[in-house]
Ligand binder design. Structure first.
Ligand code: 0O2
Length: 246
């Protein structure tokens, strides 16, 4: 145990051990895991209903992650926040993370709208990096949500971060994330410009693919024998804002 120079309190050398030894930390992680399970189920339900109505699945894949004790400790220390279960719950929004990969940009907004309309969900924050991409070209729709979990002693809302991306945006973000951690890169400015160029190209490709799907859907509408049942306006008009492609 090392002593904190300011407070004189003995602190663990490896605070992440708390998440294995202390019941309160283990319980907190379990609750975030439950929020992930609830969210996953909600997305599976939306995907299943959509596929029945439209003969295609808007969700390509769902990835979930519970932030590791090491990452929680690192972020709490970096931000100067006290490492207690209460402080983690108050300050961190991304302990529970769900990434939803969609085929088309419009599906992202449809799913986000249908999810946030559910009356048990609390919308804490929305960051639309598709309508307003980051300077490096990063595009995703981020929602911070309060998700109800039902435990033996009652209901509780847990915060979770949902990231929506198209397949192409996810491909870009995964590579960019890996490259960011490479040290001592030569020509960093040139690489950043190349990555930004790729992100913009990817956005244009996403838009073109969406147009192609619309043309195919339109053809189906024009051929009565292949026509789908009349679509629900909820799915049709659900785009909130348009993407910015440069
Ligand atoms: P990991 O391992 O994916 O969790 P904060 O959440 O407070 O630290 P901020 O900037 O307010 O910071 O959150 P924001 O903008 O919502 O971004 C949080 C997450 O989005 C990141 O989590 C990444 O997953 C993703 N992200 C944001 N910007 C970029 C980017 O430029 N490139 C890539 N590849 N991903 C990005 P973490 O904690 O960085 O990582």
């Amino acid at each position: 145990m090392a002593e904190n120079a300011e407070t004189g309190v003995k602190e663990k050398e490896y605070p992440e051990e708390l998440f294995f030894e202390d019941e309160r930390y283990r319980k907190l992680l379990m609750q975030y895991q439950c929020a992930i399970l609830e969210l996953e189920t909600k997305f599976h339900v939306l995907d299943t209903e959509f596929s029945l109505r439209h003969n295609r699945n808007p969700i390509e894949s769902i990835k979930t992650r519970l932030k590791s004790p090491h990452s929680i400790v690192e972020k709490m220390q970096r931000k100067g926040w006290e490492l207690t279960p209460e402080s983690i719950e108050k300050n961190l929004s991304d302990v529970a993370g769900v990434r939803v990969i969609c085929s088309f940009q419009e599906d992202i907004y449809s799913l986000a709208r249908l999810l946030t309309q559910q009356d048990d969900i609390v919308v804490v924050d929305i960051k639309d990096y598709i309508a307003s991409p980051k300077p490096n070209g990063y595009r995703s729709l981020h929602l911070i949500l309060g998700i109800p979990i039902f435990l033996s002693n009652g209901k509780k809302h847990m915060r979770a971060e949902v990231q929506f991306r198209t397949i192409a945006m996810d491909f870009w973000a995964s590579l960019e994330h890996k490259l960011k951690y490479k040290q001592d890169v030569e020509n960093a400015d040139m690489i950043a410009a190349e990555l930004k160029g790729c992100a913009d190209t990817i956005c244009q490709v996403d838009s073109r693919m969406q147009q192609i799907r619309k043309m195919i859907d339109h053809k189906q509408w024009c051929e009565p024998e292949k026509a789908q049942p009349k679509e629900n306006a909820l799915w049709q008009e659900s785009r909130v804002v348009g993407p910015e492609c440069e």
